[in-house]
Design a protein around this ligand. Sequence first.
Ligand code: CP
Ligand code: NVA
Length: 301
Amino acid sequence: MSKDIKHFLDLDQLTLTTLRSILACATSVKKNGVGTPLPLIGKTLAMLFEKPSTRTRVSFQVGMQQLGGSVVTLSPQDTQIGRGESIADTARALSRYVDAIMIRTSSPEKLRDLVQFATVPVINGLTDESHPCQIMADIMTFEECKGPIEGSIIAWSGDGNNVATSWVHAAAHFGFELRIACPKNLQPRANIIAWARSKGAKISIGIDPHAAVKDADCIVTDTWVSMGDEAADKHKELAPYQVNEALMVEAKSDAIFMHCLPAHRGEEVTEAVIDGPRSVVWNEAENRLHVQKGVLLWCLE
Ligand code: CP
Ligand code: NVA
């Protein structure tokens, strides 16, 4: 893997300066547009989806188009990957055609293989372990609504999944307090929490959602059943972690609600909360578009 290639893989592997510069770029393109001449004319992004996606797919495609570039969307069944061609060989071939590769895959190992063998930037569009682009959009959304995230309290109530893990990575950089409430067996991995704490992150982890949300500026949750998790029946143990109006009133009176989507009303969040006045989920979804542009420009310019 060349050190000169700017991969966007996980928030723990990037510096705060880089992450802040991507967010500043996202904010600028949201406010002022992308400028002329379009910055990515002639550039192509390959998007490899081994799992479904609405927001990530459309925001990368539209973002790339608005920057002047184009995309090629691939899935295992319509490429030779479906017939057993390795990610390594796919990476080597794709690198001869395109300028960057975005991948959504179950397997962090496949992401690592792609990075090892690609000679163009690779962007992590979600694995079973993390979802960094999402948390960049979430931080942008938080700061638009509430000002600097540094010193704020973010409470996570629900499954300690890939999205929660990227929040842990972010806590090591952005100076907010992260309080995670989830059942013991569904917590983010201990080594990730330990890494974040070693970098100065203020993280508490426990099983009580009420303790986590007390005085929080933002409550975040995500689906109880992630893609690839379909066989798991976690509903019963996650039921106490539902974000409902009773839980929201235990946070600060002006606390916001965030969810990466897709949501399951009546499970991890009630309709009254996600469709209520404190929910900023559509701003989050929109900011995926602006953040993708920030990521693409950082990788490709
Ligand atoms: N939040 C998110 O990544 O949505 P999609 O699965 O629709 O891409
Ligand atoms: N945790 C969810 C996020 C979807 C964007 C999943 O992996 O399915």
